[in-house]
Design a protein around this ligand. Structure first.
Ligand SMILES: Cc1ncc(COP(=O)(O)O)c(C=O)c1O
Length: 395
């Protein structure tokens, strides 16, 4: 079935609904469900599910060491594909369980001393903010967090907010590529350049960009980049990646050391030994990487930008407040809006109970609102139905 995707006319053009309907059919999503929560968990395509199920069955029917030998080359193959996808080399990619673990590997793994400063932003995920604060409490580090209004000011204002906050004591920039809170895309490349001028470690949380946007870690200029495969990559659950730039690999200490660990200081393998693992997930991951490359990362990015923009343009016409920027360089696939005169919970509940629209919400604070994160399995009709449903509650 997936072969049709390659052969389809005008394959991949962002507004070619016939093609994207074919893509949609690759996902066994429940009938009637309007799933707009890619920023949390993405459904896997049939190709991924079938491959994972096949190997899970095989594993469970014969868990001998001999039968499991096949997973080492599979892991190597998947590592090579991840590396190619983000312009890294295989020795720079570690497999983890999710973005949280990847972030925390960096948080715990860098050599820092009392008084050193870590710069983050208010909308960072807890695994790239609270985790720093916990370490700071134990070791006397200082975490400074940059507040950002919603929608965010322009790129220059964001870049200079980071530049101004750097002091002689700053050692690390804990950045987010695209936030899960408002969907802001940070000008990571420019901030990383400034960070490196000051000799800092630049970490980028890519949970909301990996699999969604075309990623080139060398162009981003970061020292480390983290992501989950169960989000925009549409891959297996509980799998993640951590990229660490080879020149700086020896600066990261492993957090978990157990059987199989070797003192390979300059290789990502030192960061991914955490005991017995779900080996068949590598089969699922390999299939997800093939699925993404079949459609094409460029086509995926342009479709999800197209559909997120289509959604935002309609939401803007309603009496609600869009929290996500419209400028392409300041957003990705995540769309957030406050619900005007109605409470967030009220709208959220109606959307689920009456319309089976699966989204996320933030109940309070400056980013309170509903979060829609459409992906390539969403059609134009899904968006039209969702907007109509939102309109029926907020107008
Ligand atoms: C920006 C960001 N970082 C990290 C995470 C954590 O991802 P996971 O739960 O897969 O570890 C999320 C989850 O939504 C996220 O949005």
């Amino acid at each position: 079935m997936t072969g049709i995707l390659r052969a389809a006319p005008a394959a991949g053009e962002p507004a070619n609904e016939a093609y994207w309907l074919l893509v949609r059919r690759q996902f066994p999503l429940e009938d009637g469900l309007l799933y707009f929560n890619a920023a949390n968990v993405c459904p896997a395509s049939r190709a991924v599910l079938d491959r994972y199920a096949q190997f899970e069955r095989d594993f469970q029917s014969n868990p001998s060491f001999q039968n499991r030998e096949k997973y080492a080359p599979m892991r190597t193959q998947a590592r090579g594909k991840v590396a190619r996808l983000i312009n890294a080399s295989p020795g720079e990619i570690a497999f983890t369980r999710n973005t949280s673990e990847s972030n925390c590997t960096i948080v715990k793994g860098l050599d820092l001393k009392a008084g050193d400063e870590i710069l983050v932003a208010d909308h960072n995920h807890p695994s790239n903010r609270q985790s720093w604060q916990i370490r700071a409490k134990r070791e006397g580090l200082v975490v400074k967090s940059i507040p950002l209004p919603t929608p965010a000011p322009g790129r220059d204002a964001i870049i200079s907010a980071f530049e101004r906050a750097i002091t002689p004591k700053t050692r690390v920039l804990g950045l987010t590529h695209v936030t899960n809170v408002t969907g802001l895309q940070f000008p990571v490349k420019e901030i990383a350049e400034i960070g490196h001028r000051h000799g800092l470690w630049v970490h980028v949380d890519g949970a909301q960009s990996f699999g969604a946007l075309q990623i080139d870690v060398k162009a981003l200029g970061c020292d480390s980049y983290s992501a989950s495969t169960h989000k925009w990559l549409m891959g297996p659950l509980e799998a993640g990646i951590l990229y660490v730039r080879s020149e700086r690999m020896n600066e990261v200490w492993p957090s978990i050391v157990t059987a199989g660990w070797r003192d390979n200081l300059n290789d990502s393998l030192k960061l991914e030994v955490f005991g017995q693992q779900d080996d068949p997930r590598m089969a699922g991951l390999d299939a997800a990487l093939d699925f993404v490359s079949l459609i094409g990362p460029r086509n995926i990015e342009s479709r999800l930008r197209w559909i997120a923009t289509y959604l935002k343009e309609q939401i803007r016409e309603l009496p609600v407040e869009l929290k996500t920027n419209m400028e392409p360089e300041l957003c990705g696939g995540v769309v957030k809006f406050a619900t005007g005169a109605k409470s967030v919970k009220q709208v959220y509940d109606v959307l689920w109970e009456r319309h089976r629209i699966a989204i996320a919400k933030t109940d309070s604070g400056d980013a309170a609102g509903l979060r829609f994160s459409p992906h390539i399995y969403n059609t134009k009709e899904d968006v039209d139905r969702a907007v109509k449903a939102v309109k029926s509650v907020v107008v």
